[in-house]
Design a protein around this ligand. Structure first.
Ligand SMILES: [Fe+2]
Ligand SMILES: [Fe+2]
Length: 210
């Protein structure tokens, strides 16, 4: 396939029009949030748009379809994924975007792949997409604490991610759900980094000689 990022955006957006309307509306709300965060953090809006249109391309696929697509695309399918195949929708979308839509931007692919569970090391683009996905208007209605996480994301993306992970932890323990190992590992690393930062000497304004 030829064409730059605009052509990729158009192709992925066109693909999404065949998906359920509710899902399309969710992606539209995520785009509003993601572009807003992109402005705040100086992230390229085209890359944000491409990742947003692509992140949930397979969110409405059935569990069996997701497992089949994952195996066909060479995505690792572990026991937790078989127990909850919806977890595969990001990795499958990233694999399909690369193979069928010629997306070669590693950060866009990482943002799509890891938008559900997070990863200990994420590019800023991936942090923007994950948080935009979690704080879009409908989700703020469902879980009002997302309003605070949304506000925090404009001040400190990493702390917003950690707060989201803490909220998720409480949800999982409250409902008796398992924590996915990838997410748990990411959260542990975010905690470590956050407290490492707290233990550092206070920041000083940057000058020419420091
Ligand atoms: Fe998703
Ligand atoms: Fe989403």
């Amino acid at each position: 396939m030829t064409g730059g990022i605009q052509a990729q955006i158009e192709r992925v957006r066109a693909e999404l029009t065949s998906r359920p309307e509710g899902l399309q509306r969710h992606v539209g709300r995520v785009l509003t949030e993601a572009l807003d965060l992109a402005r705040a953090w100086d992230v390229d809006p085209d890359r944000v748009e491409l990742a947003t249109w692509g992140h949930d391309l397979f969110r409405a696929a059935s569990p069996a379809e997701l497992v089949t697509m994952a195996r066909a695309a060479g995505v690792a399918v572990e026991a937790p994924d078989l127990a909850e195949p919806v977890l595969l929708h990001g990795p499958v979308a990233a694999a399909v975007l690369e193979a069928r839509f010629a997306v070669s931007d590693d950060e866009v692919l990482a943002a799509v792949r890891d938008h559900t569970l997070g990863l200990s090391e994420m590019p800023m683009l991936a942090k923007v997409i994950l948080l935009a996905d979690k704080v879009e208007a409908r989700k703020r209605q469902r879980a009002p604490v997302m309003k605070q996480i949304r506000r925090l994301a404009r001040r400190d993306l990493d702390l917003a991610l950690l707060c989201w992970a803490d909220w998720k932890w409480v949800e999982e323990r409250t409902h008796g759900w398992q924590s996915h190992a990838q997410h748990w590992h990411a959260r542990a690393e975010w905690v470590r980094q956050h407290h490492g930062e707290v233990a550092l000497p206070p920041r000083v304004p940057e000058t020419a000689d420091n």
